[in-house]
Design a protein around this ligand. Structure first.
Ligand code: HEC
Ligand code: HEC
Length: 375
């Protein structure tokens, strides 16, 4: 027994020595026995790729490798020794379909069958979880392409006939939640409000709209341009008076109407108001531009912006550096910017570990990362 181990040890020491010595002065990387590295998975595929390399691929090579290789009899080359070939077919046939056959007594027993169930169940569980992370990552990537560049931000409220307010009410839309473009949700921490009242007279319905305002939920700085109001999907020409450009700074409520308090009265025939048994009011803001977020703001003292200082530095600062990360080191933080954002959005492995922060705080970090990229 001891002898065998000694031989193995001697053997494993011998190989690398030989590879380096045989090429003289020049350092030449040894050809990998089977494509070990070669493949660069797409950025969001890192975790699923890892499960393939360390779990699925070894299993498939052992149990399915006699048929499922390039040129083999099996349909699908997912057990090929060349990892890029195997990966390509594994992805296109899906982990689920391949797993089904792996535990299928009818497929190619004894290489396939129920005996593989524990291994396959474990791999599939990990795979499914990693696929979630991949999706989160892809959403984050989408967002990082800056959906604020979308020309409009639209939000709407719908009223059934019997829900129309008879006296004037204040309607508020939470732009962090109520946007129609899902990709923009969470990006604009602000409330948009109007006063709204309805009078029904005979066959006419009179809408009274006043005091459009915007109020940031946390101190920030935005510039908004042109508020449009739509009734049942149609832009209301009478309300073009709301076309303005407005600076919104801090958390105070800012009027989006240059002649404060004057109202816009809009009449429409009773029928047309309820074509679809309801009345829809949509507010549409043309472009909101934002102040850039800098590293100094994230680690600074202003509690509106200092997400790193308030939320992370207790574990990632000068005294303690969990995971080897010190966020007070600007170069390190910038280098890891994508990872930081990714972990702050990850439902599986959130940072901070106690759970995801509010969208508005994650978004501040997103804006910092956006700024780094555009440099
Ligand atoms: C002895 C050869 C052989 C072995 C071993 C083998 N297969 Fe197959 N496999 C085939 C052949 C041949 C086909 C083509 C269609 C068929 O006969 O089912 C196939 C087809 C498949 C398909 C495609 C089925 C479809 O309907 O598209 C999957 C998935 C699959 N095998 C999975 C596996 C897995 C997983 C293993 C190992 C755990 C495995 N096979 C082992 C020969 C084999
Ligand atoms: C309670 C302590 C704690 C807090 C608070 C915390 N982290 Fe972590 N963080 C850890 C630990 C422990 C690890 C290492 C284990 C891991 O990766 O999950 C880690 C790892 C990380 C990593 C991975 C580092 C790498 O090189 O892969 C990142 C990025 C990260 N944290 C970012 C953050 C950010 C950003 C915040 C604040 C929004 C934060 N963390 C808050 C404890 C914390």
């Amino acid at each position: 027994m001891i002898k065998k181990r000694m031989i193995f040890l001697a053997f494993s020491l011998f190989i690398p020595t030989m590879t380096f010595q045989s090429c003289g002065n020049q350092f030449v990387l040894r050809q990998p026995a089977e494509s070990e590295i070669i493949l660069q998975p797409k950025s969001c595929d890192a975790e699923i790729f890892e499960i393939f390399i360390s779990g699925f691929h070894p299993f498939l090579k052992t149990n399915c490798g006699t048929c499922h290789y390039d040129g083999g009899r099996g349909v699908g080359r997912f057990a090929d020794r060349n990892i890029s070939i195997a990966w390509e077919d594994f992805r296109s046939m899906s982990a689920e379909a391949i797993s089904r056959n792996a535990i299928n007594d009818e497929h190619r027993p004894p290489q396939t069958g129920k005996q593989h169930r524990p291994v396959i169940t474990d791999l599939l569980t990990r795979w499914t979880k990693a696929m979630q992370t991949k999706q989160e990552c892809e959403i984050a990537l989408q967002l990082s392409k800056n959906p604020m560049n979308a020309p409009f931000i639209t939000t709407e409220k719908e009223f059934k006939e019997n829900e129309l307010p008879t006296s004037e009410v204040r309607l508020t839309w939470n732009l962090a939640q109520d946007l129609k473009n899902e990709k923009q949700i969470g990006l604009i921490p602000a409330n948009l409000s109007i006063n709204f009242g309805v009078t029904v007279r005979n066959d006419k319905i009179q809408l009274n709209i006043r005091q459009p305002t915007i109020q940031l939920q946390s101190a920030d700085a935005l510039k908004t341009k042109n508020l449009w109001i739509h009734i049942n999907g149609k832009k209301v020409p009478e309300i073009t008076r709301y076309l303005t450009e407005t600076d919104v700074i801090g958390t105070q409520e800012v009027s989006l109407f240059n002649q404060n308090n004057s109202s816009v009265i809009y009449e429409l025939p009773y029928q047309s108001a309820f074509v679809n048994q309801s009345l829809k009011i949509s507010l549409e803001i043309e472009r909101i531009e934002q102040l850039p977020i800098t590293y100094e703001m994230l680690v600074g003292t202003n509690t509106t912006f200092n997400v790193f200082a308030r939320r992370c530095v207790s574990c990632h600062g000068n005294t303690r550096q969990d995971g080897g990360l010190n966020l007070l080191n600007q170069d390190r933080a910038q280098l890891l910017a994508q990872t930081i954002l990714f972990r702050m959005r990850s439902r599986n492995r959130p940072m901070p570990p106690a759970g995801l922060l509010p969208d508005s705080e994650i978004y501040l970090v997103q804006r910092w990362v956006n700024g780094l990229k555009s440099k």
